[in-house]
Write a protein that binds this ligand. Sequence first.
Ligand SMILES: CC(C)(COP(=O)(O)OP(=O)(O)OC[C@H]1O[C@@H](n2cnc3c(N)ncnc32)[C@H](O)[C@@H]1OP(=O)(O)O)[C@@H](O)C(=O)NCCC(=O)NCCS
Length: 165
Amino acid sequence: MTVPADAQLPEIVLRPIRPDDKDALVAGLGRLSDRSVYERFLSPKPRLSRSELAYLTEIDGHDHHALVAVLARSPGVIVAVGRWVREADAPQRAEVAVVVADDLQGRGVGRRLGAALAQAGAERGVEAFIATMLPSNTAAQRLMAGMARDLACARARRAASPAAA
Ligand SMILES: CC(C)(COP(=O)(O)OP(=O)(O)OC[C@H]1O[C@@H](n2cnc3c(N)ncnc32)[C@H](O)[C@@H]1OP(=O)(O)O)[C@@H](O)C(=O)NCCC(=O)NCCS
């Protein structure tokens, strides 16, 4: 999915994460502010091990679904990552995490990524999203509320018209 450029936002492309995104993922993480890292991981900047990087990029798309946003003009630059991972003991529920590059925050990238993640969740039988975030993180709370609405709408559309869904 391509999101056209406008006055505020460079053109970005959303696509599934790939195993060869490891270096770009590390680079993107390295560009994040300490605040964004803390809000995403609820801890200081993690140094990702090889196995953690494999976990984050070598996904099955069904139990673990992840999308990246890259700049259309620089497709090697990851500017946002969003994922959901099913809970092992309640696979109809999935935990969500999203992070957007600091200079693009507040410009709708999270919403677009969230909508795409919700659509993918509905298509794969996810019924509810959960997320852990700081009480002070209003943007994340609003984003998650929007994703919950998107998931409910996509599920309702599929229930109303299973053939078209
Ligand atoms: C949280 C985050 C992913 C949201 O992505 P984003 O691209 O900045 O957000 P968007 O511009 O798409 O806006 C999403 C919602 O948050 C609101 N929002 C965005 N920035 C906001 C801010 N600074 N203060 C309050 N609300 C804000 C928007 O109005 C929108 O709400 P609405 O849909 O009800 O109108 C992004 O800010 C981020 O990466 N933060 C650091 C990491 C983090 O907190 N991740 C979430 C942990 S699960």
